[in-house]
Design a protein. Structure first.
Ligand code: FAD
Lengths: 383, 263
């Protein structure tokens, strides 16, 4: 068993950390307050290749593995989750194009994303469709050599800043079985009939753009179909191992950022004539926070490593996602507690971590859904 | 045209540190690519990107430990790297400018670069002499503290701008081959890209011993000896300026003027 990182992985981690500390941290508070998408930072990140780390070299990316990507995600989220999500989510949806797309689609969509010239999004959720993905009601109908898309997508990351979206649509309303009859279509944001409205007032990750998308008779050419017609549900599920592991890495990053901030504060802040880190109550909190973070990290690394081995790891990925997101929320909570009143205002990053952590328990399948999956796998029940 | 960039791994001392005999305790040191060399490297890589230079080679004097830093340099765009090390260097108490010059001169003689870029100084040792001393040893032209550079490969000239004291700037032309010591701020160094990091793993990193360079151990004997390392006694005085912002600002301006800041 080998627990060490390679020299190359250490270098990735260090360079991303340098970037995050110098380019993200000084601006994190401002973007959070303004609820503004950090275009300039995303552009700088793209120069470094952070916007498409897993996109293959031939399409302008770095061709990094899921484990490598996990390291990058942790580093960025440990500094600021809102800006971090804006960077790593700029290729949302591209995993489907990479796995199931045609060469022409890859050249057209992956390369500009890897180079930071385009931002993508994945549009699955709808006003009435969240945890139950099989209830998607956005439709796409064939008309000659075009698809006509109608419906509304909700909570879509990058909704108002994205250049194209991979949209899950119902393409065969008569299909038998809950999971049949769906297709993934690429819809460019400049198509007639497409509109996006930014959702403001989010609890956390406020730098990240979230929007409602409306498709009103949006026509896209036939060649925008990703993969196989009517097989999108299985295609979508194919990435859960990867995307859930990525959210687990987000949780690890948040937990690390919060636990490190708490440790630094505990060493510095004095009460009753000594640093509060001298009090055992605080020491035990710090010990728990750092232990949980490490445990979440190992679960996440294992999950990422298994994905890279090409193994099917539904249960492990759900475990990592559920556990790491819970740890993020718990650790951020304790980090605020250790900061006392100072943790309740946005002068310190822990206030942001506290608000930002919660999303990791909601998107990419809520914690309840992850536990359902783990139990279903344990009990050997099918879908 | 080829460029050789000298690159060193420098140590920065933490705010709180401990001196342990003739060295600073390892625990209070952070090592990284020397800041000035980062600018020198960026200068070379930009010349290559502008097709003015065919190959960027780096040379580092240092033990195996510093290969991480060398890979970082390769990731930022150098084509290949040379690392010079030897048991004789391991044993030596101190590598003074003379010793470094001898090693680098031997590398210059085999590589025959048209341009050698060094940092103005290293953050940890601060001799500020290696570049110029090297130029003298290999009989190249030189310019120090360069903060802007244009290279004309056809005319074989480097046009440089140098920052002098008192806000004066000087433009100089140096015939190639030349050694230029590069000042921070000449450009904005890049981060290593993920692709760069990936490709760096496959680039050549050659290790050269004294024998490989045709040098005897005596060539790197130091004429300097380190006798003591001490933290100077420091006196500090904190003054809190009271009153409204206007009053405090006026008071601050007076204090700064008394200390010789501004006119
Ligand atoms: C900031 C943000 C960004 C997002 N980005 C995207 C995006 O880019 N693309 C996209 O497609 N979606 C995105 N989403 C949507 C997200 O994936 C959904 O919010 C999530 O899947 C939950 O769906 P829901 O909100 O409809 O909640 P619901 O499904 O209505 O769930 C409500 C509650 O009921 C529970 N529940 C539901 N079913 C069960 C069950 N069977 N057993 C037990 N409990 C259950 C849930 O766990 C939850 O606690 C984003 C959401 C947010 C907030």
């Amino acid at each position: 068993m080998e627990f060490g990182l390679s020299e190359e992985q250490r270098q990735i981690r260090e360079e991303v950390r340098r970037f995050a500390e110098a380019e993200i941290e000084p601006h994190a508070q401002a973007y959070d307050v303004a609820e503004e998408f950090p275009h300039e930072i995303v552009e700088r990140a793209a120069e470094m290749g952070l916007t498409g780390s897993y996109i293959p070299m031939e399409y302008g990316g770095a061709g990094y593995s899921i484990l490598d990507t996990t390291l990058i995600v942790e580093e960025l989220f440990a500094v600021d989750p809102g800006i971090a999500l804006s960077i790593v989510a700029s290729s949302f949806g591209c995993e489907a194009i990479l796995e199931f797309g045609t060469d022409e689609q890859k050249a057209r969509f992956l390369e500009p994303v890897a180079l930071g010239e385009m931002i993508s999004g994945a549009a699955i959720s709808e006003p009435d469709t969240g945890s139950d993905v099989s209830s998607v009601s956005t439709t796409a109908e064939r008309d000659g050599d075009e698809w006509v898309v109608n419906g509304t997508k909700m909570w879509i990351t990058n909704g108002t800043v994205g250049d194209f979206f991979v949209v899950l649509c119902k393409t065969d309303p008569d299909a038998e079985g809950r999971y049949n009859g769906f297709s993934q279509l690429i819809v460019e944001a400049d198509r007639d009939g497409f509109s996006a409205e930014k959702i403001t007032g989010k609890l956390g990750i406020r730098a990240s753009d979230t929007a409602e998308l409306v498709f009103d008779d949006v026509r896209v050419p036939e060649e925008n179909l990703v993969g196989t017609e009517n097989a999108a549900f299985l295609q979508q599920m194919h990435f859960f191992d990867q995307t859930r592991t990525a959210v687990a890495a987000q949780g690890v990053g948040i937990a690390r950022g919060a636990s490190e901030a708490a440790l630094a504060y505990a060493e510095e802040r004095e009460q009753f004539g000594r640093p509060i880190g001298d009090f055992q109550a605080i020491q035990h909190k710090l010990a728990d926070m750092h232990t949980k973070t490490e445990a979440a990290r190992l679960l996440t690394y294992k999950s990422a490593w298994k994905v890279d081995q090409g193994e099917d790891i539904t249960r492990l990925a759900s475990m990592a996602k559920e556990y790491a997101s819970r740890v993020a929320v718990e650790v951020a909570n304790e980090a605020v507690q250790i900061h006392g009143g100072a943790g309740y205002v946005n002068d310190f990053p822990v206030e942001r971590f506290y608000r930002d952590a919660k999303i990791t328990q909601i998107y990419e399948g809520t914690s309840e859904i992850q536990k359902n999956i783990i139990a279903r796998e344990l009990l050997g029940k099918g879908l | 045209m080829n460029v050789l960039v000298t690159v060193t791994e420098g140590a920065t001392v933490d705010d709180e540190f401990r001196i342990d005999g003739l060295a600073i305790d390892d625990g209070s040191l952070t090592t990284d690519l020397n800041e000035w060399d980062e600018y020198a490297l960026e200068t070379a890589v930009r010349l290559a990107e502008a097709d003015l230079v065919d190959e960027v080679v780096t040379v580092t004097i240092g033990p195996e430990d510093c290969e991480g830093t060398i890979r970082q340099v390769l990731a930022k765009g150098a084509d290949r790297a040379i690392r010079v090390w030897d048991d004789a260097l391991e044993r030596s108490e101190m590598l003074d400018v003379g010793a470094k010059t001898a090693l680098l001169a031997a590398v210059v003689e085999t590589e025959e670069p048209d341009l050698v870029l060094t940092g103005v100084q290293s953050a940890d040792e601060g001799f500020m002499a290696t570049g110029v001393s090297l130029a003298a040893a290999v009989d190249y032209g030189w310019a120090a503290v360069v903060n802007a550079l244009e290279v004309d490969p056809d005319e074989r000239i480097a046009r440089v701008r140098r920052e002098l004291e008192g806000g004066v700037e000087e433009r100089t032309e140096v015939d190639l081959p030349a050694v230029l010591t590069i000042q921070t701020g000449i450009n904005e160094p890049r981060y290593a890209s993920l692709r760069g990091i990936r490709m760096a793993q496959r680039k050549e990193l050659a290790v050269r011993s004294l024998a490989d360079l045709g040098l005897e151990a005596s060539a790197v004997e130091s004429r300097l000896r380190l006798r003591e390392l001490a933290e100077p006694e420091s006196e500090s005085e904190a003054r809190v300026l009271e009153g409204s912002s206007e009053e405090a600002a006026a008071e601050l301006a007076t204090v700064l003027r008394e200390q010789g800041v501004g006119r």
